[in-house]
Write a protein that binds this ligand. Structure first.
Ligand SMILES: C[S@@+](CC[C@H](N)C(=O)[O-])C[C@H]1O[C@@H](n2cnc3c(N)ncnc32)[C@H](O)[C@@H]1O
Length: 213
């Protein structure tokens, strides 16, 4: 685990956004470089995709476990994690670890699959064909908000469920099917999403700002 690092974090705060090529993000022109960190996909495979996209001067693939990151404290202006945070971030202590890599007032943003409403009692029958053990990491958006806000390490700026996220999920699975993906379970996942219609399953998003320590 990194040490205190508050001096380093404050230095990064003064430096502002990391220097890099100009990008359009939400209509604003900002300079961005990305350290694209992933565990299951080798960095060399990801580099090929990055090169195909013409982004190898600004996106750098890193093969690492999110629980053992090879970065300096306060190195990042922001951490963005799409559809992966459930694999490590439900640990009560993980935010305390992650936030050290972000400069004070920098931001952490995640999108996670989760429950739209709390499960009361056992898993509903209609969800069983979709279920895998990793789905036990699903929670409501209020659960996530509480997990982060009680630490007082970050200020939660936004925590909500993506509108109609089950439809996007369904669209993505249908697109995979149309592209010839014959993964086991894909057809039944589509059926479950259709039957379910967003009653329990969806995606949440959360953005928080690191509180200066
Ligand atoms: C469902 S995929 C999502 C991939 C991609 N972010 C997307 O949205 O298409 C989950 C990702 O979580 C990553 N992951 C799971 N456990 C991880 C860990 N301990 N450290 C880093 N990445 C992890 C895997 O490498 C995998 O790429």
């Amino acid at each position: 685990m990194p040490g205190d690092g508050s001096a380093a974090r404050n230095t990064r705060a003064r430096r502002g956004l990391r220097q890099g090529p100009l990008e359009h993000l939400s209509g604003a022109r900002v300079r961005v470089q990305v350290w694209a960190t992933d565990l299951w996909i080798p960095a060399t495979d990801n580099l090929l995709r990055i090169e195909e996209a013409g982004l190898s001067d600004r996106v750098f693939p890193i093969h690492a476990d999110a629980r053992s990151l090879p970065f300096a404290e306060a190195f990042f202006d922001a951490v963005v994690c799409v559809d992966a945070y459930i694999y490590f971030g439900t640990d009560d202590l993980y935010l305390e670890y992650l936030h050290r890599f972000v400069r004070p007032t920098g931001q952490i943003g995640i999108v996670v699959p989760g429950f739209i409403q709390e499960l009361r009692g056992p898993l509903p029958e209609h969800l069983k064909p979709f279920w895998a053990q990793e789905c036990w990491t699903w929670h409501t958006v209020e659960w996530w908000r509480q997990l982060w806000s009680r630490t007082e390490l970050v200020r939660v700026l936004r925590a909500d469920s993506l509108p109609d996220s089950w439809r996007l999920w369904h669209k993505w699975k249908k697109a995979r099917q149309a592209a010839g993906d014959d993964s086991p379970g894909l057809a039944s996942d589509i059926q479950v999403l259709e039957a379910e219609g967003g009653q329990y399953m969806g995606f949440h998003r959360m953005i928080a700002e690191v509180v200066p320590g």
